[in-house]
Design a protein around this ligand. Structure first.
Ligand SMILES: *Cc1c(COP(=O)(O)O)cnc(C)c1O
Length: 360
């Protein structure tokens, strides 16, 4: 019998969205936090131009992509690493900085892949409570133990959508021991006004900030993420990455997308307007909706049962949201902001669902 490593055998498969819907009905997906629209035209052109060169391996140094990121973000190209999505960078960080005697720390309802990555590295995981579905800096600091090696925080958070107050990340970093790595995942950083302040923390040598092209840039299918790393850490993490991790078309598309900031800003503004309308609608129906700084909203129902019934009723109407049981929030559903048509259908389905619930 061929036996896997015990840490792999003990791991549940990573769960993505469940798209089951009634037979014959084409469901609309509000389950994966994808962009409301595709990438900018220049990104599509750049990717197609690169396809003809597919006989060759891609640039292992992501030269043009790093140059585009560096110029637009005002950072050094040498401090940037690119990944096949920021998930690859999260995994590589865990691989490089966590082992069986170590523990990672994150928040109670935080992004699940942090936990998966820590477990894949054989490390233990601790969860600090949140406060009103927002990262609680004091609770995180109180949960740091002698074996804590890495702290993972998403700001803004997924699935809560909430953002930390300015200055909170500096307070977190100041309170952590120097030998604890802080990983700040800003997959939704573009949706938040002036979240670039976190970049300055990287200069301390003990902090990494991750970004992605999957959300605000509409390139989830291309798999491109990037991060700012202290130089000494970049050297180590690069050893763990697949040396040809980002395809040529993906590098070209991401570079062009980074250079078209007005298109990204417009995506963010359109998304935010729709998100705030949908949140207001959901609140008017009696749901609790934390203030989102992302391209999705968390809908909190009266109970786990109500949320489950709503999920089933929404599916019956062809609207697929994401159940949050895996995040310890079984009374919640997470809804990605989609097209105007999709949001109207979702809002109507939600209203009907809750009306029939209240009548019964
Ligand atoms: C979507 C998401 C990611 C993963 O993004 P990829 O770059 O597509 O791998 C990382 N972190 C958080 C919090 C996310 O929501």
């Amino acid at each position: 019998m061929i036996r896997p490593q015990p840490k792999i055998a003990a791991l549940e498969p990573y769960v993505l969205a469940d798209f089951s819907a009634p037979a014959g009905m084409h469901p609309i997906s509000l389950a994966q936090n994808e962009s409301i629209r595709g990438p900018c035209p220049a990104a599509l052109e750049a990717a197609s131009r690169t396809l003809a060169g597919s006989a060759l391996y891609p640039d292992p140094d992501w030269t043009e992509l790093r140059a585009a990121i560096a110029t637009v973000q005002g950072v050094e190209p040498a401090s940037i690493l690119c990944g096949a999505g920021s998930m690859e960078l999260i995994g590589a960080l865990a691989h490089a900085y966590l082992g069986p005697d170590d523990r990672a720390l994150t928040t109670a309802h935080g992004y699940l892949y942090f936990r998966t990555a820590a477990r894949l590295a054989g490390a233990g995981i601790d969860l600090a409570p949140e406060r009103e579905l927002t990262v609680d800096i004091d609770a995180l600091l109180a949960a740091v133990g002698p074996a804590t090696r890495v702290v993972f925080v998403a700001d803004p958070g997924n699935p809560s959508g909430t953002a930390l107050a300015p200055g909170a990340l500096v307070r977190l970093r100041d309170g952590l021991p120097d030998d604890v790595l802080l990983v700040i995942d800003q997959a939704y950083g573009e949706f938040r006004h002036a979240s670039e302040h976190a970049f300055a923390l990287v200069d301390r040598g003990d902090t990494v900030v991750l970004r992605t092209f999957s959300k605000a840039y509409g390139l989830a299918g291309m798999r491109v993420g990037w991060g700012l790393f202290p130089p000494a850490m970049a050297t180590q993490v690069r050893k763990v990455l697949n040396p040809n991790n980002v395809t040529g078309p993906a590098q070209a598309a991401a570079a062009a997308a980074m250079q078209d900031q007005p298109y990204m800003r417009e995506t963010v503004a359109l998304t935010a307007a729709r998100r705030d309308r949908f949140s207001a609608h959901a609140r008017a129906l009696g749901l609790e909706v934390p203030e989102s700084r992302t391209n999705f909203v968390l809908l909190r129902f009266r109970s786990a049962e109500t949320a489950r019934a709503a999920d089933a009723a929404l599916r019956a109407r062809g609207v697929v949201m994401r159940g949050m049981g895996g995040y310890g929030l079984p009374e919640c559903l997470r809804a990605t902001i989609g097209s105007d048509g999709d949001m109207a259908r979702a809002a109507e389905a939600l209203a009907q669902t809750l009306q029939s619930e209240n009548a019964s």
